[in-house]
Every structure is written in structure tokens, then in C-alpha cells.
Design a protein around this ligand. Structure first.
Ligand code: HXC
Length: 517
């Protein structure tokens, strides 16, 4: 006995037709424009022959606006599960060749199904977005569908990692599901994302703009801060997703994929000493420091083009997956401003919720002074960093490289903000403010009366530096665990991370804290 050939032929025919989506011509047209089809995007993500599709035979049930009898294969979205680096991942990919990838009731139901599955099984969700938005013919059913997807994005937040890829159009409310996810990758050229397009903006406000200015990958990567990674094309987007997932646990109950087989060595890295110029006015490029600390110099930077005065990245240190937050003195002198605070706070919260230890590299002269900053709420935004660090219960290791002044010293995870370990380089200056600023305030009258105010200021500033702007005052008061030679940094961090891997910290039960937003 074997299953009837007719039945198998029928199944194969149905599958073949459905898998062509909007048809061979439309797929060929996409290829000609350098775009992959919805299914090919999933193939680029998953290991070969591991994708199990859900809902290939789904059909819309709309009768309005000539939809009766109209075939929309898969209802314009491909959903299912597959494996990435040996771990299961759930995914959906909107099919623009079918009704512009528009979202109707069944389409939304398929996305919700695969999200529910991901949450039950504890696996990441990856969504390729390429859609004209709410399917106009389905009216409120489409809006309801979006609502159901948004609701699940919120339920899944902090439970399983959620990654959105903006592969094509993402208009109107369609931008909000990606915005509710953890990371957004956008494809340069083909991806665009906006709430009101240039036409609507012109009609409503008279402002003339372009899609490049408001909705392109570069606009979102460098100006709005809405996205985290820019991909050159569909294949590159898939590669970024895989790279990102390689640092993440499958869910909030699991540890990240550490490689604990790595042998921890306390060997010095003399190269780090050479990185620090003697003159404190010459900035250190903190990315060079990160390269020396990271295993094999490899790290994945998040939001590299947005608020580059702070660097956030995932890496491994002696095999342990780590999130690094580092001031970048090469940009805006490494000051904390509104955008940098938002960027770092969100990254810290992601690391915390997914059990990723945080290493903080400090070289910060303070919060950025300016009317704009004050009027746009630097108090509220800067407070996010204090809140995020204070709330984080994952292992937290802080290394003070050079400047650590004032409120920014606290906002970069000082011992009082809950750092488990604080190291300082001998070049560290931990103080309320820089020497010149302090002397101007403390000795205003003396400087005014001095015969040679310039020489007097220099003399007083030197005295202030000797007294305060060094790591030994803080080390003497136990705010710093040890003053280390830069060459010992990687080893000290690695040892600390390994010793803190079982860290458990419980807090009073509550629904959630009230982070300033
Ligand atoms: C139904 C749609 C559709 C939609 C596109 N199509 N968008 N069908 N509902 N929302 C169909 C088109 O009719 C066309 O069908 C096919 O998809 C391809 O569309 P084109 O316009 O030919 O493609 P292109 O020139 O590439 O333009 C793509 C586009 C444009 C920029 C996305 O289609 C567009 O502006 N669509 C409408 C966008 C929109 O305003 N959506 C509603 C947003 S409001 P045929 O049969 O000709 O191939 C929203 C509310 C959500 O989403 C609320 C949640 C909170």
C-alpha cells in the first residue's frame, strides 16, 4: 500500500502554484531589480532544507471590491520555522508579488500563528517586511489584523528576540510592528519606512521633502535612529540577521550562546598601553580599545551611524557573549547627549532582558552642554541611562579609561549604580568636573586678583589634577576595585565575566519600573 499518486500529484501541483506567489513574471521582475522573492529571503536566512512552512494553502475570504474568487497565494505572506546555526527560529516574509504584500485578516492570522508558536517554543522571531500596508479591500479587518500583530509584538517583547527586516515598502501603520521589535535592519535602496509619505506631508503642511530624506535606510540609520543596521541588499540583510542571532539567546529563560570552552588567560596585551596617548587632550578611538578586548577583534556594532559619540556592540570576551557600551571621545568629545542616552539605554535594557552581561568603557567629560539639549529634555533622556543601568541585574563590569566626570560618571555605571566590578586605568580622572572648570568656579576671586591669571590658573588646575583627577582617590574609597594597567584590561574583564556568570540578583516584585520615556 502506498499513498495514491493522484493525491500526491494534486498536493505537488497546489504547492507549486502557491509557491510562485504572484507568478514567475513578477519574480523575474524582482530579480531584474536585484531583489529576492519573499521565499528566497527566508532561504537566505535558514540553513538549507530546514524551512517548514505554515499556512501555504491559506486563502483570503474577502468578497468586496472584486476580491471574490481572486486568488492570493498564501495570502501574501510566507511563514514558518527553520534553523539558523542549529537553533530554531520562526519567521515571516511578506510577498509583495501578491497584492503588494498587503495585510488582510488571514495574512495577519498567519503572522500571529507563527509568533504564538515562537513564544510557546521560546525561539526568536524574524520578520521580512515588504508591504503596501493594510489591505484596503478588507477595511477594518486589516486594521484589526495589525492590532493583533502589534499586541503579540508587545507580548513577545522581553520573551523572545524579535528582529525586523525592512526589505521593501513599509508605509503607515505597517512601520509600527517593526518599531515594536528589538532590532530593525533596513535594506539600502529597496527599503523605505514612513508614517506620512512626501505627498501627504506636502498636502498637510506644505513642506516639500523626498523619500530619501524621510524614509530611506540612511535617513533612519543616521538621523531618526529608528533602525539599527543598514544592509546593502537582501542577501546581506540575511547575513546580518544571522550574525545578530549568533549573540542572542533563543529566549529570556536561556543563556546567550557563550563558548565556555575558551581558556581564560591572564596574558597581558601590551598593545593596549600604546593606544593611550600621554596627552589627555588627544582622544582615544574607543573602537580600537574594543578591538583589543573582543575575541579575535570581532564585534557587531548596533546603530553605528546614530549618536556615534557612544558605541554599543555585541561581542565575545573569552567566549562569553557581552554587550559593550563605550563613550567615543573621537566624536563630540564622548559627551552624552539626548540621542546617545536613548541609544545606550535601549541597548542596556535589551542586554538585561536577555541575560547578556554588560561591559562599560568610560571616557566621558559630561553631558553635552547646549540650549537645544536642555530644551529637548536631556534631563529626561539622560535619566534613561541611570534607570537602565540601575535596573539591570545582569553582570556589569565598568572600566574607566580616562575621564569620568560628574553625572555622566554615574550614568556610565559607576559602582553606586550597581556595577559589580569597577576597574580604572592609571590615566583615569574621576571627579565632579574637569580641572579647568573646577578651578574657575572654586578660585574665581583668586584668579581675578592674581598678577598672572593664566599662570595661576595653570598652577591651580595642576594641583586639582594631583588631588582629585586620578583614580586613587576613588580606589581609596572603594569606588574602584583596582587600578589596572591597560594591558591587563581584557584579562581582568574576562576573569570578571567568568566569575559573574551565575550572578543572581532579585529585586522587590513589581509590574515594571517607570523608566522616563
Ligand atoms: C491592497 C495594495 C495595497 C494595499 C498595494 N496594493 N498596496 N492592495 N491594499 N494597501 C496592490 C496594488 O493595487 C497593486 O496591485 C500591487 O499591490 C502593487 O502595487 P503598486 O502600487 O503597483 O506597486 P508600487 O508602484 O511598487 O508601489 C508600492 C506602494 C503603493 C508604494 C506600496 O502600492 C502604495 O502606496 N500602496 C498603498 C500604501 C498605503 O497607503 N497603504 C495603507 C497604509 S495605512 P496589482 O493587482 O495592480 O498588482 C495602513 C494602516 C495600518 O497601513 C494601520 C495600523 C495601525
Amino acid at each position: 500500500m502506498a499513498i495514491s499518486k493522484d493525491l500526491l500529484d494534486d498536493l505537488r501541483r497546489r504547492r507549486e502554484t502557491a509557491m510562485l506567489g504572484g507568478g514567475r513574471d513578477k519574480i523575474d521582475d524582482r530579480h531584474a531589480r536585484g531583489l529576492l522573492s519573499a521565499r528566497e529571503r527566508l532561504e537566505a536566512l535558514f540553513a538549507a532544507d530546514t524551512f517548514q512552512e505554515f499556512g501555504l494553502h491559506a486563502r483570503h475570504q474577502t468578497r468586496h471590491f472584486g476580491m471574490e474568487g481572486k486568488d492570493l497565494p498564501g495570502d501574501a505572506v510566507v511563514t514558518g520555522i527553520g534553523f539558523v546555526d542549529g537553533r530554531p527560529v520562526a519567521a515571516f516574509s511578506q510577498d509583495f508579488t501578491v497584492a503588494g504584500g498587503s495585510l488582510g485578516r488571514v495574512h495577519a492570522g498567519k503572522i500571529c500563528d507563527v509568533m504564538d508558536y515562537a513564544m510557546r517554543g521560546g525561539m526568536p522571531i524574524v520578520g521580512f517586511n515588504d508591504s503596501g500596508g493594510a489591505r484596503i479591500q478588507e477595511g477594518v479587518d486589516s486594521l484589526s489584523g495589525y492590532g493583533q500583530v502589534f499586541y503579540r509584538n508587545v507580548l513577545a517583547s522581553g520573551v523572545v528576540p524579535q528582529v525586523a527586516v525592512i526589505s521593501g515598502s513599509c508605509a503607515g501603520g505597517a512601520a509600527y510592528s517593526p518599531a515594536l521589535m528589538d532590532f530593525i535592519i533596513m535594506t539600502r535602496g529597496s527599503g523605505n519606512m514612513f508614517i506620512c509619505g512626501p505627498e501627504v506631508i506636502r498636502a498637510a503642511t506644505g513642506q516639500v521633502t523626498t523619500m530619501d530624506e524621510i524614509g530611506s535606510a540612511m535617513a533612519h540609520a543616521s538621523v531618526s535612529g529608528n533602525i539599527h543596521f543598514v544592509a546593502e541588499d537582501d542577501m546581506h540583510a540575511g547575513a546580518i540577521v544571522r550574525d545578530l542571532l549568533s549573540y542572542l539567546p533563543s529566549n529570556n529563560m536561556a543563556d546567550p550562546p557563550h563558548d565556555l570552552s575558551a581558556h581564560i588567560t591572564l596574558a597581558d596585551d601590551p598593545g593596549l598601553d600604546a593606544l593611550v596617548p600621554e596627552d589627555p587632550r588627544i582622544p582615544v578611538d574607543v573602537k580600537r580599545v574594543i578591538e583589543r578586548i573582543a575575541d579575535g577583534g570581532r564585534y557587531l556594532e548596533v546603530q553605528a551611524l546614530f549618536a556615534p559619540n557612544i558605541v554599543c556592540c555585541f561581542t565575545r570576551i573569552a567566549g562569553i557573549v557581552t554587550g559593550i557600551v563605550a563613550n567615543q571621545p573621537a566624536v563630540k568629545a564622548g559627551t552624552l547627549d539626548i540621542d546617545a542616552s536613548d541609544k545606550a539605554a535601549r541597548f542596556i535594557r535589551f542586554c538585561n532582558v536577555f541575560n547578556i552581561p554588560i561591559v562599560t568603557l568610560v571616557d566621558v567629560p559630561g553631558f553635552l552642554p547646549g540650549v537645544n539639549q536642555e530644551r529637548h529634555g536631556i534631563i529626561r533622556h539622560g535619566a534613561k541611562m541611570l534607570f537602565a543601568y540601575g535596573a539591570a541585574t545582569v553582570p556589569k563590569i565598568t572600566v574607566i579609561l580616562r575621564k569620568a566626570y560628574g553625572g555622566a560618571y554615574l550614568a556610565m555605571c559607576s559602582r553606586d549604580m550597581g556595577a559589580d566590578l569597577v576597574y580604572a586605568w592609571p590615566s583615569a580622572e574621576i571627579a565632579v568636573m574637569g580641572a579647568e572648570g573646577a578651578v574657575n568656579i572654586l578660585y574665581r576671586r583668586d584668579l581675578k586678583d592674581a598678577e598672572d591669571p593664566v599662570a595661576k590658573r595653570q598652577e591651580l588646575a595642576a594641583e586639582y589634577r594631583r588631588e582629585f583627577a586620578n583614580p586613587y582617590v576613588s580606589a581609596g574609597k572603594l569606588f574602584v576595585h583596582d587600578v589596572i594597567e591597560p594591558s591587563r584590561t581584557r584579562a581582568a574583564i574576562a576573569l570578571g565575566l567568568r566569575s559573574l556568570l551565575s550572578k543572581r540578583e532579585t529585586r522587590p516584585a513589581k509590574k515594571h519600573g517607570n523608566i522616563p520615556l
